[in-house]
Design a protein around this ligand. Structure first.
Ligand code: ATP
Ligand code: MG
Length: 596
């Protein structure tokens, strides 16, 4: 399939980085990137020092670090100097509670200023921060607190009562629960965050921190199975800094908004750490998704760099289709917007073009995983966009495509793999370990960690195609790929084609076993508002698919489903569509949206 390449006008006021991609790749070293950071005065490297204290000690101490929009739309601001004092207080709170190096501090919070204080104060104290998604139900919360050896939890009274209190006895290591916000009544077994903060001094000297000290624990989205706890170290901040410069094109004068929830790795690495390291102003929205609210925030806050996700873009596309009318976005001043990026799942070409037409800027897709800790492959500001492609590897990232075995995954023979260097090749994406934010293990699961490596490569579990010029295209997760009549079919390509039909809002595609073909392609489709699911539409979509994709790849069956199952981080859960279709066990559903 072909979508027109989007070329860039690179004569803007803010010179985009990586205008010379080839040169940047050959000149870049991680050691060089490390010199962009300050380092601790006492030696070593600490994320919170880079994100906060370094700026607080500089001439932009009074610059606004956080611009927080509460649910009632009131706006409060926190300067870098304020943030340094608040995080110092929190580090002192931890110290006074006997919480030290390596101890786990969990958050179960929405996007509020206290979240930033807790995350960065924990890092100052060389303790380990593990964020939980505040919409998790009691079971996933308890499971992760236990798996992650939680010692401290920072949450709200309401979340504690609903999601923690009952299961607390089964997490005996959880010594302290700190409650954020006004206390309407005492919550037994907890202490007030505000009271502890008020009593703590507002200066704190960060102790020596090794770049290899554990800093963050992130559970994966659980799209393919039980979530894994990926361990990250302080050195990751080198990668956060460099990749936010290259892949998000951050400059110090930017106003930046990342819509990812802080419970996921994107919300942490690019919602908190990376932008603060760059000293930008970060917009923090406590509210929920709403098309009008989002356009309003983009306009009123004069957001210049926006990092979001395909699922959010698709919701905006439903509210304001590419076909028009554009009244809603046009009623806000979006002129400050300079760069839009997306991550988390494949970005359909339609969404890239929607951005160009409706917001005046194409959307830049990028690819990475909880395990990689930072963006690995991206469409860069200065470079042309090939809609549907994830882009090219960042400088410092060595990516390759490995020869496939029967199941589509890398073929490992006697411990060896084969790189395929020819163009238009398809296979499992592998990365050469060595970048600073590479995960250092799955907590308590060495076997699973070891299984992710072969022959000196990290095997990502994602299948990709690399074109002749080195652009990478997502084909599917190895677990989702459909084998039909001898072809390997990536569900994403089929979903993207269906989404070009004006009636289709979203699609999830699976393989259904078939005695002749092995599998046939079945598509679950949700429709745009006002469109009815009729047999005629079903026939029309089948024909549309055949026209676009050819009979070998096109769906043979269409089912209408207005509520496609998705993870709480917004990804369509194809494994659940498949399990339901085939009457198989549904597996770990702790990250299914709407479950508890
Ligand atoms: P689990 O590992 O528990 O199954 P998960 O892989 O969804 O869950 P994350 O680490 O949050 O957990 O997501 C990383 C995955 O998301 C990638 O491996 C890839 O499959 C998908 N992904 C991320 N960004 C993109 C992108 N730009 N295009 C296509 N897929 C993407
Ligand atoms: Mg994964």
């Amino acid at each position: 399939m072909h979508w027109e390449t989007i070329r860039k006008d690179t004569t803007s006021d803010v010179p985009p980085r990586l205008a010379d991609y080839g040169r940047a790749c050959s000149d870049f070293t991680w050691a060089g990137a490390r010199t962009e950071l300050a380092g601790l005065p006492c030696g070593g490297l600490n994320m919170a020092h880079e994100a906060v204290d370094r700026h607080a000690a500089s001439d932009h101490a009074d610059k606004i670090a956080l611009r927080c929009i509460a649910r009632d739309d009131s706006v409060s601001t926190v300067t870098y100097a304020d943030l340094a004092r608040r995080t110092a207080r929190f580090a002192n709170v931890l110290r006074s509670l006997g919480v030290g190096r390596g101890d786990r501090v969990f958050t179960l919070l929405g996007r509020c200023p206290e979240l930033y204080t807790t995350v960065l104060g924990t890092l100052k104290n060389t303790s380990v921060l593990c964020p939980l998604f505040s919409a998790f139900g009691p079971d996933p919360v308890e499971q992760r607190l236990r798996l992650g050896d939680a010692k401290v939890l920072v949450t709200t009274a309401a979340l504690y009562r609903r999601k923690v209190a009952e299961g607390r006895a089964s997490v005996p290591g959880l010594e302290h629960v700190l409650i954020v916000g006004p206390r309407t009544a005492e919550v037994p077994g907890t202490v007030s965050f505000d009271d502890l903060m008020a009593a703590a001094p507002d200066t704190f000297t960060i102790p020596p921190t090794s770049p290899d000290d554990m800093a963050l624990l992130h559970f994966t989205s659980g799209t393919t199975g039980t979530p894994k706890g990926a361990v990250h170290v302080h050195d990751a901040v080198v990668a956060h800094q460099a990749t936010a410069a290259y892949a998000l094109d951050l400059h110090p004068e930017d106003v930046y908004w990342c819509t990812a929830d802080p419970g996921w790795v994107t919300g942490m690495s690019y919602g908190i750490i990376a932008p603060l390291v760059h000293g930008v102003t970060v917009v923090v929205d406590e509210g929920d998704y709403d098309a009008r609210r989002w356009y309003r925030i983009l306009g009123e806050q004069q957001v210049s760099v926006w990092y979001t996700a395909p699922t959010a873009l698709r919701m905006l596309m439903r509210a304001t289709p590419r076909q028009g009318p554009y009244d809603l976005p046009r009623s806000y001043d979006l002129s400050a917007l300079r760069f839009i990026a997306s991550v988390g799942e494949p970005l359909n070409p339609e969404a890239v073009l929607w951005g160009r037409d409706v917001l005046g800027l194409p959307v830049h897709d990028n690819w990475w995983q909880t395990e990689t800790g930072c963006i690995m492959i991206a469409n860069f500001a200065a470079c042309e966009i090939r809609p549907g492609s994830m882009g090219r590897p960042l400088p410092g990232v060595e990516a390759t495509v490995l020869e496939q075995g029967e199941d589509g995954r890398a073929l490992v023979t006697d411990g060896r793999v084969t790189r395929v260097r020819s163009p238009e090749v398809e296979g499992e994406l592998a990365l050469r370990p060595g970048w600073p934010s590479m995960f250092r293990g799955y907590l308590h699961d060495k076997e699973r960690y070891d299984a992710a490596f072969a022959d000196g490569w990290y095997l990502t579990g994602d299948l990709v195609r690399r074109d002749a010029e080195g652009w990478y295209w997502f084909v599917g997760r190895a677990d989702d790929v459909i084998k039909s009549a001898g072809h390997l079919i990536g569900p994403f390509e089929v979903e993207s084609a269906l989404m070009e039909h004006p009636s289709v809002a979203e699609a999830g595609v699976i393989g259904r076993p078939d005695p002749v073909a092995g599998n046939v392609v079945k598509a679950f489709v949700s429709l745009r508002p006002g469109v009815s699911p009729t047999p005629e539409l079903e026939r029309e979509l089948l024909a549309f698919g055949r026209r676009k994709l050819g009979p070998a790849v096109a769906p043979r069956e269409i089912a209408f489903d207005q509520n496609l199952p998705r993870t709480r981080s917004g990804k369509v859960m194809r494994r659940l569509l498949r399990a339901r279709e085939l009457g198989l066990p549904t597996g770990d559903l702790s990250t299914l949206e709407g479950s508890s």
